[in-house]
Design a protein around this ligand. Structure first.
Ligand SMILES: Nc1ncnc2c1ncn2[C@@H]1O[C@H](COP(=O)(O)OP(=O)(O)OP(=O)(O)O)[C@@H](O)[C@H]1O
Length: 232
């Protein structure tokens, strides 16, 4: 959908329901995130956080509810339209980066733009800019040779390359040591503000959850607001 930059909230989830086997994993889940804002989703293992993220990405189709991304309801979209919408308006950072280790960081980041339909010169130029902004060194060596933190910053650059309205992160610091975790956390929240994205981060990491504007716990299939040390 064009003109997404003017649509806010960038992400609006309403009445989401999903059941698997005989268990209801999501029931009446509502979540709204505006441009430049962040929401953390926490909860015990098995509570359904990955399932929720799958619904937000359009990889899992809920049995009820809507997921408005940049003004378009992805639940109602057919596969091709959904893939286009996702590539155009959503960026994802996974726990282990999910980058291609043989490609350079520039190639990994540019690839997402090329798949999104960008011209090669523009894709590579933008990839260089983003990697510079996120302080990824050695942009010409295979990504597999970078440190864990550098790889995650490359993954953040890749998530940003198509100027997404919505940024989703699944345990982005889960595989990092404490010092690296802090720098990746900083980058994630900083780019959310600078690039005016709506960020949803699923995390077990209290430090990450604490940085978000809002924190929600997935409990008994619904999202319950968690207090962040007195912040509202
Ligand atoms: N297709 C499926 N068939 C059967 N059970 C499923 C299916 N998908 C998810 N589940 C179950 O639903 C529950 C929620 O899974 P989910 O991966 O969303 O939890 P989670 O909160 O992300 O857990 P973790 O923090 O460990 O990653 C789990 O008990 C899982 O085994």
């Amino acid at each position: 959908m064009d003109g997404a930059a003017t649509v806010d909230p960038m992400l609006a989830v309403t009445g989401l329901r999903y059941e698997v086997a005989d268990r209801v994993l999501l029931d009446g889940v509502d979540l709204t995130v505006s441009a430049g804002q962040s929401a953390a989703v926490v909860g015990p293992s098995g509570s359904g956080k990955s399932t929720l993220l799958g619904c937000l990405l359009g990889l899992i189709r809920p049995s009820a509810g809507s997921v408005q991304v940049a003004g378009g309801d992805i639940v109602k979209m057919r596969r091709r339209a959904l893939e286009r919408h996702r590539s155009r308006h959503m960026g994802v950072v996974f726990q282990f980066g999910e980058l291609l280790p043989e490609l350079t960081p520039v190639e990994n980041v540019a690839l997402a733009a090329l798949l999104g339909g960008s011209k090669a010169q523009r894709a590579y130029q933008r990839a260089e800019e983003l990697l510079g902004e996120l302080c990824v060194p050695y942009r010409g060596v295979p990504t597999g040779r970078l440190s864990g933190g550098e790889r995650q910053r490359t993954a953040v650059a890749r998530a940003l390359i198509n100027d997404p309205a919505v940024l989703l992160a699944d345990e982005p610091t889960g595989a990092l040591d404490a010092a690296t975790r802090d720098s990746v956390t900083e980058v994630l929240f900083e780019v959310t503000r600078r690039h005016d994205c709506a960020l949803v981060v699923v995390t077990h990491d209290a430090e990450v959850a604490d940085r978000a504007d809002r924190c929600w716990e997935l409990k008994n299939a619904t999202l319950v607001r968690r207090d962040l040390g007195g912040r509202s």
